[in-house]
Design a protein around this ligand. Structure first.
Ligand SMILES: Nc1nc2c(ncn2[C@@H]2O[C@H](COP(=O)(O)OP(=O)(O)OP(=O)(O)O)[C@@H](O)[C@H]2O)c(=O)[nH]1
Length: 156
């Protein structure tokens, strides 16, 4: 857990490990979650698809519906890492492919509860960071602060 103290609020972060067995405890945190910052390793092309599957699983939790989503493309300090735009495109292509596969499995007459691609992509902010060098972290925190504050205002 980490805390960032800002003049008007304290942001509290829970860093939930990405290992397979640790993912099982993530849902325990969903009830009190005001935003999701999902970190992917932008140097690891081979594991991106697995990352999107896990991400989608998180987003399908009812408690997560409507909370601000920040996708962080980490390791931007490494030459050749995927850029923010490449990560966004990779996720969008994967999401569209998955929607098509689901539609094909369900057949043409089945009602769909799928989220339209445009809606999903519009709700998602993608930013580049380097956790090691600290670049992009301030922008990410500012974005989270503003979005959480705005969604609190809407709720009250
Ligand atoms: N070059 C570079 N390496 C990084 C960066 N962030 C993390 N690493 C390295 O990536 C490896 C994994 O980092 P961790 O912080 O253990 O990753 P994690 O996602 O928290 O791991 P889990 O909690 O097990 O999911 C370590 O060797 C880090 O030094 C970064 O921004 N740039």
């Amino acid at each position: 857990m980490g805390k960032i103290t800002l003049p008007s609020t304290i942001l509290q972060f829970w860093d939930l490990g990405g290992q397979r067995d640790i993912r099982l405890i993530w849902p325990r945190y969903y009830d009190d979650c005001h935003a999701v910052a999902y970190v992917v390793d932008a140097t690891d092309r081979d594991r991106l698809v697995e990352g999107w599957e896990v991400f989608e699983n998180v987003l399908s939790a009812p408690q997560i519906l409507g909370v601000p989503l920040l996708l962080l493309a980490n390791k931007q300090d490494v030459p050749g890492s995927l850029s923010v735009e490449e990560i966004r495109n990779h996720y969008e292509e994967w999401f569209q492919r998955r929607q098509r596969e689901h539609a094909a499995e369900l057949g043409p007459m089945s009602p769909t509860s799928e989220v339209p691609t445009a809606e999903r992509m519009a709700s998602l902010n993608v930013q580049g960071i380097s956790a090691i060098e600290g670049t992009g972290v301030r922008d990410a925190v500012n974005w989270l602060f503003i979005r959480v504050q705005n969604s609190r205002r809407r709720d009250s």
